[in-house]
Design a protein around this ligand. Structure first.
Ligand SMILES: O=C(O)CCC(=O)C(=O)O
Ligand SMILES: [Fe+2]
Length: 345
């Protein structure tokens, strides 16, 4: 793909330039062996039919009540975490019945996520349920190089920076699964998320030389150690990324180490999405509601200088936790180059 933040960016795309969803069977919405190994190799899979159509229809309408287009246009982007409509109260309270509140704990979603995590549904815990309404606003600065472009183009990233202070282990039993579900139509609202497949073996065998931290500038490095992100890998990913061809109910299930980015919504349109993360009950350090997203932009020297006790209180796995392996010791040591990792050995 070529980055394009001007109106009508998909004009010249062909069918093969998109990721198309795999349609799940409505009687048995699970993945087959081939789809599961594809997920473990690539880091993501695009599906449709995970939630029943009538639930998606109701949830899509509710998202527009929660974030009316006129308000989103004013603010450019607005977002609400679960529970939805819970604070309205009174006879008019739709909280308990709201489809948006039922998406998150829907059994079909839990079954598929448990399948991807290679565990039982009973081991799942919710970390994130978040609605985002994104508006395609045109930059109006005559003379500026961005004049006429649309806002909302993200850099390629992985989501673990926002979800954990640690690094996801390389395993076929991931400790968390994210899911981005669309409540809009790409042909009307644009803003397809771009995803790039991992290199063969990248997500199934650990190689210390391939470490690629979530941040994309030195702000996320430590004072003494600039971010060791691999330039070649980033260039390769920008070449390989493709947009997701979505309709309401299309969703991308992805690991926290899958490379992707958001792109501008179509000019003058509001795009609605529902973002989830479910984690394994043992992975208590995955917590989108807690400190990880807030500490993401902080210099790594803060955590590097703390004691083991202090870090544990903030959400690090404690010494002796089964999280710590040769691989995670190495990866976390690379995320925090100034940290003494010996207590975790
Ligand atoms: O909204 C999207 O399409 C993707 C957003 C995203 O990747 C993020 O905010 O981390
Ligand atoms: Fe993301």
């Amino acid at each position: 793909m070529v980055r394009n933040t001007l109106p009508d960016p998909y004009r010249d795309l062909e069918d093969t330039d998109w990721w198309h969803p795999e349609e799940l069977s409505s009687e048995n919405p699970v993945l087959n062996e081939e789809q599961l190994s594809q997920f473990h190799e690539d880091g993501f899979i695009v599906v449709s039919g995970l939630w029943p159509n009538d639930l998606i229809e109701r949830a899509s309408k509710e998202a527009r009540v929660l974030h009316p287009p006129e308000e989103v246009i004013e603010e450019h982007q607005s977002a609400t975490p679960m529970p939805f409509f819970a604070s309205k109260g009174g006879t008019d309270d739709r909280g308990p019945d709201a489809a948006l509140n039922h998406m998150t704990i829907h059994l079909r979603a839990l079954t598929l996520v448990a399948q991807l995590m290679n565990t039982e549904e009973m081991n799942l815990r919710l970390s994130q349920s978040h609605i985002i309404a994104k508006y395609g606003a045109q930059i109006d600065k005559p003379g500026d190089p961005n004049h006429g472009h649309i806002t909302g183009d993200q850099e390629l990233h992985v989501d673990y920076g926002n979800n954990t202070l640690l690094v996801p282990p390389i395993t076929t039993s991931p400790e968390a699964i994210a899911c981005l579900c669309y409540y809009s139509d790409v042909d009307e609202c644009g803003g397809a998320t771009h995803f790039a497949k991992a290199l063969p073996g990248e997500l199934t065998s650990y190689d210390p030389k391939r470490f690629n931290p979530p941040g994309f500038n030195n702000v996320n490095g430590s004072r003494d150690h600039p971010n060791p992100r691999s330039k070649e890998n980033i260039e390769r990913l920008y070449e390989d990324e493709k947009p997701v061809y979505y309709k309401p109910g299309t969703c991308i299930l992805y690991g926290l180490n899958a490379w992707h980015r958001g792109t501008p919504a179509a000019l003058g349109k509001v795009r609605y999405t529902h973002h989830h993360v479910w984690r394994h009950r043992n992975a208590e350090w995955i917590n989108w509601q807690s400190l990880a997203p807030k500490m993401y932009g902080m210099q790594t020297c803060y955590l590097e200088q703390l004691s083991v006790l202090q870090r544990t209180v903030l959400g690090f796995a404690a010494p002796g936790n089964s999280y710590w392996t040769k691989e995670t010791l190495d990866a976390v040591g690379q995320r925090y180059p100034g940290m003494d990792m010996t207590p975790y050995r």
